[in-house]
Design a protein around this ligand. Structure first.
Ligand code: G3P
Ligand code: CA
Length: 239
């Protein structure tokens, strides 16, 4: 079972920051996951929420601010004063961290609340520039975006994110153009999880921080987990 660092090593570093990604890049784990939003001036930035309120010393929605305005704030001190000075990274800066590593890269498009017009195309173009098309999976809770990614770049791996049990998951994935399934933890243990595994499609599960849960998923045959503590869980699973 593969291990992905969720939002970088977000249990021990401020989530979705360069310091968290450099820590993930230095680990002998399989992949990394992060979230992308779009600024008012069309820049792709790596941050989880629609607003900067929770993870910075500023306030406001990303869609209403330019990259320069976003960069005026601190994105590390909320987690610990040791990380004061961390900036919101652009997608370009995060891809640069992983451009020469072995890690599989999961880019989650966070257009769940606000529509980010043209975001799919921008992400695809940047991946092409970095020649990372074949080392990436693009996921989203917004399945219309997944459909659009598959239409624009059929060779890029796509995944649907979902919280609840899905009826007829294979038919649905085919309809929206998803290659893989990214499921909320307990959902993967239902009948549907077994159906996906039996089909040979990738089933990756979020967010797993407990050693016991990781073990259960490994036994079930899940392909990968997203965790805030990749070092701890990878050490445990190797034991
Ligand atoms: O991509 C897996 C997981 O990150 C989805 O949930 O809220 O942590 O982005 P969230
Ligand atoms: Ca995410």
């Amino acid at each position: 079972m593969k291990i992905y660092a969720h939002r970088g090593c977000s249990g021990t570093y401020p989530e979705n920051t360069i310091v968290a990604f450099k820590a993930a890049a230095s680990l002998p784990i399989d992949g990394v996951e992060f979230d992308v939003h779009m600024t008012k001036d069309g820049e792709l930035v790596v941050i989880h929420d629609e607003s900067i309120d929770r993870t910075s010393n500023g306030k406001g929605f990303i869609k209403d601010m330019t990259l320069q305005e976003l960069q005026a704030y601190d994105y590390g001190a909320w987690f610990s004063t040791n990380f004061k000075g961390e900036k919101v990274p652009t997608l370009r800066e995060v891809l640069y961290v992983f451009k020469d590593t072995h890690h599989h890269i999961n880019i989650e498009l966070k257009s769940d609340v606000f529509p980010y017009e043209g975001m799919e195309q921008k992400v695809i173009e940047m991946l092409k520039q970095y020649r990372l098309d074949d080392r990436v999976v693009i996921s989203s809770f917004n399945h219309e975006m997944i459909q659009q990614v598959k239409k624009l770049a059929p060779h890029i791996e796509t995944a649907i994110l979902f919280m609840e049990v899905m009826v007829a998951p294979m038919e649905y994935a085919l309809k929206v153009g998803a290659d893989a399934f990214h499921a909320f933890f307990p959902t993967a243990l239902r009948k549907m999880g077994k159906e996906i595994i039996a089909s040979g499609k990738q089933l990756r599960v979020f967010t797993v921080n407990e050693e016991e849960y990781a073990k259960i998923l490994q036994v079930v045959g899940v392909h990968a987990i997203f965790t805030d503590y990749p070092q701890k869980l990878s050490d445990y699973l190797k034991e």
